[in-house]
Design a binder for this molecule. Structure first.
Ligand code: ADP
Ligand code: MG
Length: 330
């Protein structure tokens, strides 16, 4: 890699910024060609990869520590939604000439903070040059008891549809980034933070395994992602818009601008866990999740028959979200 003015060459870059993050013996201090993943008797590895691209999944002026945290957290969110506890990750970086030593230091600091917060360690990666835009690719490894990964395909008619946390914050936060005038009447700090910093629901992983028949994380939008569960499970579903949990800031903005409901329900970047559970188990799931510190809310039900989910408004009428139910480009 050709170094930009104050950026070290590839080998020094790896040694300076990434070796300190590779604390497990299996990473061999990033001084070998590969790492090892020790086998865990009685467990499965769950593996996922999500890439984030400058200008698509984050904005070029986002703080580098926040970009790093997003790159890692969107992967940890997938692991949690499958019921897995995160263990380790690999990092692929395509860097432009604009990336300097300060950016790299901030990026590595963001990873370091999240490594201690989520108990993961860096195993290896690759660093290349990009001619147009930074691309960050994380592959994350999680573990769970053998055969217990929760799939999209297990939803059954009569199941309750549930979701963790609050929906719509990040999509509204992104809206505010592009339309700062929205911040004039509503306190948007929470929304902006949710866009920058997904909150993977690692604390729910064990409960997802115990209770969920089907689960996935909400990355492309609540309604579109519920559609993925429906398709994989051969069912349909119905959600009540009024039951979808909103933060105070999201509620305030959606009250002021009812047209933003489509953004809330379909915008994406929520990184909450969408699940279905047997009706007689839903209350226990909600109570155990609350005890684990994560609110979980029932928002609808799984229906027999195939087809995309319907959303009912407060008056019971089916809402037309004008096709804005998923960011299909992601
Ligand atoms: P090669 O090109 O021979 O595969 P590299 O120079 O790409 O080797 O990598 C050398 C070591 O540095 C490897 O252990 C690799 O996993 C690690 N590495 C390279 N880039 C990164 C990165 N962005 N994050 C973590 N480890 C990295
Ligand atoms: Mg390499």
């Amino acid at each position: 890699m050709a170094a930009s003015s104050d950026r070290p060459g590839e080998f020094e870059l790896i040694a300076r910024y990434f070796r300190p993050l590779a604390t497990a013996p299996e990473a061999f201090s990033l001084a070998d060609d590969a790492a090892t993943l020790p086998s865990r008797p009685g467990e499965d590895w769950v593996v996922t990869k999500d890439m984030i691209v400058e200008g698509i999944h984050y904005l070029p002026d986002d703080p580098p520590a926040s970009i790093a945290r997003k790159a890692l957290r969107v992967n940890l969110s997938d692991l949690a939604a499958k019921g897995a506890i995160p263990v380790a990750y690999c990092l692929g970086l395509a860097l432009t000439e604009a990336v300097d030593a300060d950016w790299l230091a901030g990026f590595a600091a963001g990873l370091a903070g999240d490594q201690s917060e989520f108990g993961v360690t860096l195993l290896g990666g690759d660093t290349v040059r990009s001619a147009g835009g930074v691309t960050i690719s994380v592959t994350a490894f999680g573990a769970l008891p053998h055969g217990t990964m929760v799939h999209r395909s297990g939803a059954r008619p009569g199941d309750v549809v549930l979701v963790s946390g609050t929906i719509g914050d990040a999509a509204l936060g992104l809206r505010v980034r592009y339309q700062p005038e929205l911040a004039a009447s509503v306190a948007v700090g929470h929304l902006l933070d949710r866009y920058l910093h997904p909150r993977p629901r690692v604390a729910l992983a064990a409960l997802v395994r115990r209770y969920a028949r089907a689960a996935m994380d909400v990355s492309d939008g609540l309604v579109g992602d519920l559609g993925h569960i429906c398709r994989a499970s051969g069912v349909s579903a119905e959600i009540d818009a009024a039951d979808v949990p909103l933060s105070g800031a999201a509620r305030a903005l959606a009250t002021l601008r009812p047209d933003l409901l489509a953004t809330v329900l379909g915008g994406g970047d929520d990184y909450e866990i969408l699940m279905t559970a047997a009706p007689e188990r839903a209350e226990a799931l909600i109570a155990d999740a609350a005890a684990a510190g994560v609110p979980v809310t029932a928002i609808g039900r799984v229906l027999a028959g195939e087809g995309p989910p319907r959303v009912r408004g407060a008056d019971g009428a089916v809402l037309d979200l004008a096709g804005k139910t998923s960011w299909v480009h992601r």
